[in-house]
Design a protein around this ligand. Structure first.
Ligand SMILES: *[C@@H]1O[C@H](CO)[C@@H](O)[C@H](O)[C@H]1NC(C)=O
Ligand SMILES: *[C@@H]1O[C@H](CO)[C@@H](O)[C@H](O)[C@H]1NC(C)=O
Ligand SMILES: *[C@@H]1O[C@H](CO)[C@@H](O)[C@H](O)[C@H]1NC(C)=O
Ligand SMILES: *[C@@H]1O[C@H](CO)[C@@H](O)[C@H](O)[C@H]1NC(C)=O
Ligand SMILES: *[C@@H]1O[C@H](CO)[C@@H](O)[C@H](O)[C@H]1NC(C)=O
Length: 441
């Protein structure tokens, strides 16, 4: 920390500040690229589909364990400063699912960032840097940008940071050993859209000068869209009519990118939309938690008792497959066991390639009786068709959900082909089924 403060002082006396170019517009979008799309900088061509599925499941499990510890710390009222809480979190595994590309500074330089609805402050590695992880893009050189400024402690967001008379610092720990710390700064951001470049001046972000741990070299920071006032979603505020949206495609060889849309573009065009409020419990102060009461499979309610989901269900884009807490998973597993036992040529499949905790079955030729699932949220039913409920290999298929002791997450695999709108003004999530492959730029 002392080093960071020293660097901040250094930056302070070496950087010039300039005024921004104002610009207003009602809607814009960003490409959202899944790690398994050949267009992704994170794409791993050598993995089989099942290996990718396993990897994505591990990412989701790691994510759940992160949320769990976070939620415990928040519940105990230890601190509402995630920056501090998360520093102590041990985590085995971390990899992003989606990346976005945007522009930063004047002149604009391209940044590839992790898209994360579970993170607050957007940050990127900055030059001059004390410790930076290896990244392919050149570090963001603050001295080369005419619009770079250090955030004033008079900024309304200053109370979210540790400030001294000369400025503020941030310190975020992600997962095990990954840290980004540096100077809280202000810059112009540029979003490339089909209508041209959309510029947003004066956004507060983290200029990371001390960044440790393993991040993929293809990325140079995090694009945070959680509920905190420091997140881009909240900072963009009325500029994006306080809403953003996405419609995730199923990934296959023909898949192009999905789109993250803001403002007027973040709309449900169909009439069959449903809405459910975000939970406002202490543990959900930052995350997009939804009030989940029960789950149906194949049209039958599991009959989960009230209180099965005390912290609700987090809708998350950084998890691929969904997670059900222990009680709900056991009930679902029991249902599937009974359900598939009715078909005489279907058996549990436990091949060598199948990790412990996966629920897989042999897949007879021509079998089509796959059940669907419905999440019963407060005032809205979120339907998961069987194509999003299972992962299909040739010989077998697996439930695309695993368990976590206490955390329930609605992951990206189950959100495919649904238009999802995060409405920060009315504090609710709206959704409707949509063919996301048709959600062109
Ligand atoms: C991927 O496979 C190719 C050919 O099979 C091999 O040359 C290459 O080293 C592999 N790359 C990785 C990262 O494993
Ligand atoms: C973080 O925690 C440490 C000790 O637990 C404390 O000294 C420090 O002030 C805290 N930082 C913030 C930003 O709350
Ligand atoms: C889910 O499956 C049940 C049982 O097969 C069926 O009755 C119901 O219509 C399905 N729900 C949807 C939305 O497809
Ligand atoms: C969750 O929804 C149920 C109705 O479905 C309601 O009774 C309960 O008060 C809600 N819980 C919270 C924390 O809003
Ligand atoms: C899960 O929650 C229960 C109480 O609801 C608690 O006893 C248990 O320790 C928690 N498990 C974990 C792994 O935190």
């Amino acid at each position: 920390m002392a080093q960071t403060v020293a660097m901040m002082i250094y930056l302070f006396f070496n950087l010039l500040s300039h005024s921004f170019l104002p610009c207003m517009s009602s809607g814009f979008s960003l490409k959202l690229i899944h790690r398994d799309s050949p267009h992704s900088p994170l794409y791993q061509p050598n993995l089989s589909d099942f290996e990718r599925f396993k990897k994505n499941t591990k990412i989701s499990e790691a994510r759940a364990s992160y949320f769990q510890q976070w939620s415990e710390a928040m519940g105990k009222g230890n601190s509402n400063k995630l920056q501090n809480v998360s520093l102590r979190l041990p985590l085995k595994y971390h990899d992003p699912i989606f990346t976005v590309e945007l522009g930063l500074g004047t002149p604009v330089v391209k940044r590839t960032l992790i898209f994360d609805t579970g993170s607050g402050l957007t940050w990127t590695q900055c030059k001059p840097c004390i410790r930076c992880f290896k990244q392919d893009q050149p570090l963001f050189d603050t001295r080369k940008s005419r619009s770079f400024k250090i955030m004033s402690r008079k900024n309304r967001l200053a109370k979210s940071f540790k400030c001294t008379p000369i400025g503020c610092v941030y310190y975020i720990g992600y997962y095990s050993g990954q840290i980004s710390a540096g100077v809280v700064s202000v810059e112009n951001f540029a979003f490339q859209t089909t209508a041209g470049v959309h510029r947003v001046p004066g956004l507060v972000f983290g200029c990371g000068t001390t960044n440790l741990g393993n991040f993929p070299p293809k990325i140079s920071g995090i694009f945070g869209l959680d509920k905190e006032p420091i997140s881009f979603a909240r900072q963009l505020g009325s500029l994006i009519k306080e809403r953003f949206s996405y419609c995730l495609q199923a990934i296959n060889s023909n898949t192009k990118e999905s789109y993250l849309r803001f403002g007027d573009e973040a709309m449900i065009r169909r009439t069959n939309a449903q809405s459910t409020p975000f939970l406002k419990t202490k543990q959900n102060a930052i995350l997009y938690g939804l009030n989940l009461s029960d789950i149906s499979i194949g049209g039958q309610k599991l009959g989960l008792k009230q209180g099965t989901f005390p912290e609700g269900c987090v809708i998350d884009s950084g998890s691929s497959v969904s997670l059900l807490n222990r009680i709900a998973f056991l009930a679902a597993k029991k249902f599937f066991t009974t359900y598939f036992s009715k078909f005489k040529n279907i058996r549990r499949y436990v091949g060598r390639e199948v990790p412990k905790g996966f629920l897989c079955y042999t897949q007879p030729n021509g079998f089509t009786n796959f059940p669907n699932m419905t999440y019963h949220f407060q005032g809205a039913d979120f339907h998961v068709p069987s194509a999003n409920l299972f992962f299909f290999e040739r010989k077998f298929f697996c439930l695309a959900m695993v368990t976590s002791p206490n955390v329930t997450i609605l992951g990206a695999y189950q959100q495919r082909n649904v238009r999802i709108v995060y409405d920060l003004k009315d504090e609710m999530l709206s959704f409707a089924p949509e063919d996301c492959a048709k959600d062109a730029a």
